[in-house]
Design a protein around this ligand. Structure first.
Ligand SMILES: Cc1cc2nc3c(=O)[nH]c(=O)nc-3n(C[C@H](O)[C@H](O)[C@H](O)COP(=O)(O)OP(=O)(O)OC[C@H]3O[C@@H](n4cnc5c(N)ncnc54)[C@H](O)[C@@H]3O)c2cc1C
Length: 498
């Protein structure tokens, strides 16, 4: 008899969702997490009284979260205290001017109309079309397995309405933006969220146009920090007997005759199970933890051909003043052309962006408990490659952080650099060390069309029996709503495996 029915490698949101749901079904389930914190890229740590998030900074598209908690016999709202974020985001342009968007679609149309009346109208059309696409996709495609073309066809047949959105699958994010919006300032204010899929506007598939709309279906911050979400999933799973062991690194997946038998820990302990669910990067899983010798040639070749997603340095600061920002999220933006230019030019040559742009998250805007009274926290997410040539991430990270804060003080957030009590820079190398994420890839694998849906590593392995994937490396991809959906899909697939 194996020791467990199911072993889950990694307690990121995808892994802990799958584990909790399988425990709820009565399966003897064990989660093995190498770090001492739950949640992976959706986690929170404390430094000198400030609470800093590790990666993800807000919650949106919460349908998958609600589904997961319902299946656990409770509700998302009952388990996690959610603070609504309205305004949804603010934009600071390269000339220092600002614009703040409320949650209301109509009020946003009025604000856009003041700059360009035709774009104000176009925003309403965009919100209607893209909103319809997002709801259709989230309720069907997003929460369904697409292991092969048969699955994909089933999804399409179940909801033929999806075909209406075919143009989004055949255009880029930039095409969609330019089709709807003509004014450059409006385009710039709406296009940055496209980067949340880890691609510049010219490369991101048009389906990610929903990222520039999603906030209008609601944005929330979980009180106490992002870790509240995986902690709640763990707590719910433990009600049904889920076992979670921290600081336990899996070094190998045991495979015999193309079937899983369990895992071997870094200290040599063997734990057996009928099913193994991997929540770690799929390339690392197949090529290192399983080993090429267990893979058919096509799987070996396919796995090597995937590109890792982009990395993102994050600067966390504890401040002794209230930064002059108008929303929980502020996008310090640049034009689509500049963002494309950096991606194809500087970034590929290992350079940092010459201008400061990025996402400034202001958790104490919504939840003052994230800092000592009267103090504030910012998480600044930027662009920057793992293999940067200009600096050494480890040696120069303090200087890098200080320089970025100075630039932000000059261009966007007056006073910032003079009010820093604590600064913690998380570089792509830090993510790699802390979470064993290869090259600090924040979304697992690239999120382009050739690595999406049926082309992404399958949730039920095609090469190894009893092996399943949950998390950013499998369908529907990186980002919290997606990885929670992947956890639901993995648990559904395991339920039908015997
Ligand atoms: C800077 C940054 C900003 C982001 N912003 C957002 C955002 O605002 N909104 C959003 O939706 N998404 C955001 N994301 C992306 C999102 O956080 C991730 O896509 C998502 O959390 C990944 O979840 P996952 O289930 O794939 O697991 P991960 O979070 O990757 O967790 C995997 C877990 O596996 C563990 N592990 C690895 N190897 C082993 C091993 N050998 N043995 C045992 N355990 C192991 C790791 O320690 C980790 O806990 C951001 C990410 C980053 C880094």
């Amino acid at each position: 008899m194996p020791d467990y029915d199911v072993i889950v490698i990694g307690a990121g949101c995808g892994g802990i969702t799958a584990a909790a749901l399988l425990a709820r079904e009565g399966r003897k389930t064990l989660v093995l997490e190498q770090s001492d914190k739950i949640g992976g890229c959706c986690s929170t740590y404390e430094r000198s009284g400030y609470r800093f998030d590790v990666g993800a900074t807000i919650l949106e598209i919460i349908t998958p979260f609600e589904r997961a908690f319902e299946r656990l016999g409770t509700t998302f709202q009952e388990e996690v205290e959610l603070e609504p974020c309205d305004p949804v985001f603010s934009v600071i342009f390269p000339d220092g001017s600002r614009m703040t968007y409320p949650a209301s679609i109509e009020e946003k149309a009025e604000i856009i109309s003041r700059i360009s009346p035709e774009d104000g109208k176009a925003w309403l059309e965009y919100a209607s079309y893209i909103g319809d696409f997002m709801r259709t996709a989230v309720n069907g495609f997003f929460l369904s397995p697409v292991n092969n073309m048969v699955d994909m066809t089933k999804v399409m047949l179940k909801d033929p309405h999806l075909l209406k959105f075919l143009p989004l699958f055949t255009s880029s994010f930039e095409d969609v933006m330019r089709k709807y919006f003509k004014n450059e300032r409006v385009q710039d204010s709406l296009s940055y969220p496209g980067k949340f899929c880890g691609q510049p506007p010219a490369l991101a598939p048009g389906i990610f146009a929903f990222l520039s709309y999603a906030e209008h279906e609601g944005v929330w911050f979980p009180r106490g920090g992002m870790i509240a979400v995986p902690e709640a999933l763990r707590r719910c799973g433990e009600r049904y007997g889920l076992e979670v062991r921290m600081s336990q690194e899996v070094s190998k997946v045991m495979v015999r005759d193309r079937g899983v038998e369990g895992v071997i820990l870094a200290d040599g302990t063997e734990i057996t199970a009928k099913v193994v669910i991997s929540n770690i990067n799929a390339k690392r899983l197949y090529l290192e933890k399983i080993g090429e010798e267990h893979l058919p040639w096509l799987a070996r070749y396919g796995m090597k051909s995937y590109r890792l997603s982009a990395s993102a340095p994050m600067i966390n600061v504890g401040l002794d003043y209230r930064p002059p920002l108008d929303a929980h999220h502020t996008i310090v933006t640049d034009s689509m052309d500049k963002i494309n230019e950096y991606w194809f030019g500087g970034m590929r040559q290992g350079k940092l962006p010459s201008d400061t742009y990025g996402l400034v998250c202001f958790p104490t805007f919504s939840d003052p408990s994230m800092a000592p009274e009267g103090h504030h926290v910012l998480n600044i997410v930027q662009s920057g490659p793992y293999n940067v040539k200009e600096i050494d991430w480890d040696r120069d990270k303090k200087a890098y952080g200080e320089r970025q804060l100075e630039l932000l003080s000059e261009k966007a957030i007056p006073g910032l650099a003079d009010h820093v009590e604590v600064m913690d820079v998380l570089t792509p190398r830090d993510y790699e060390r802390r979470l064993l994420t290869p090259e600090g890839a924040i979304l697992g694998l690239d999120m382009d069309l050739p690595s999406s849906a049926v082309f992404r590593p399958a949730a039920r392995s095609k090469s190894i029996k009893g092996l399943y994937l949950a998390g950013a490396s499998t369908h529907p991809g990186g980002g919290l709503p997606s990885v929670i959906a992947s956890g639901i899909i993995a648990s559904d697939l395991v339920s039908t495996y015997e």
